[in-house]
Design a protein around this ligand. Structure first.
Ligand SMILES: C[S@@+](CC[C@H](N)C(=O)[O-])C[C@H]1O[C@@H](n2cnc3c(N)ncnc32)[C@H](O)[C@@H]1O
Length: 193
């Protein structure tokens, strides 16, 4: 289990709990690449921060890893060992219950190529690994209408015990227009044990 592996590396009596961010279904374009310079700075400033990009497709995992390394090199930076890319299924995450601070799913819940039951399982798995008050962020900028039509934000709300908050009115379900690209950005907090 990843979090067990980590504990010997990062936990010592004087250190705070690791702050773990995971991205389920990172594909070959992991979100940590967006504004990589700022992300790397965050890792320099917080030695307890970890990021795991997770995908079921090994090729995608490698692509994301290589792209981040390549872009970091361009910035004359090194990718810290606390940024990792692993192959795993989002419905069977290698993390302990309540051990993760943030879960990101970008263009995964709205991906109709993934069966609905697997996408629902991913939500339950995300909820299982999240700490209380941890957040699940859902970003959909390819097929947000699928996530909306299949009621997956409502389902996530039931599982986590909270209502989705939208980053702005433009990014909320009633504004998403299926005829043109419009991003849906929702954040839900885990409020149940
Ligand atoms: C539409 S792509 C989104 C990729 C990336 N997040 C983005 O926004 O560009 C969906 C991703 O989900 C991954 N995926 C499909 N089933 C999965 C599963 N069971 N567990 C983890 N990832 C999965 C696919 O391999 C693919 O990379």
């Amino acid at each position: 289990m990843v979090s067990q592996e980590m504990s010997s590396e990062v936990r010592s009596p004087e250190k705070a709990e690791p702050k773990i961010r995971i991205e389920i279904g990172c594909g070959g374009a992991a979100a940590i690449r967006d504004n990589l310079a700022a992300r790397l700075q965050e890792f320099k400033e917080d030695s307890n921060l970890w990021y795991f990009g997770i995908d079921i497709d090994f090729g995608d995992v490698l692509d994301s890893k290589e792209m981040v390394e390549y872009e970091a090199e361009d910035l004359n930076e090194q990718v810290p060992a606390r940024i990792k890319f692993i192959r795993a299924s989002g419905d069977k995450l290698p993390f302990k219950d309540g051990s993760v601070s943030d879960v990101l799913m970008r263009n995964v819940l709205g991906d109709p190529r993934i069966s609905l039951s697997v996408r629902e399982s991913m939500i339950r798995e995300g909820a299982r690994v999240l700490k209380r008050k941890g957040t699940l962020t859902v970003v959909e900028d390819i097929t947000p209408q699928v996530t909306i039509r299949e009621g997956l934000l409502g389902y996530a709300g039931e599982v986590l015990g909270s209502q989705p908050e939208y980053s702005s009115r433009e990014n909320s379900p009633d504004k998403v227009d299926s005829r043109m690209p419009t991003a849906l950005v929702a954040r839900l907090r885990k409020v149940i044990e």
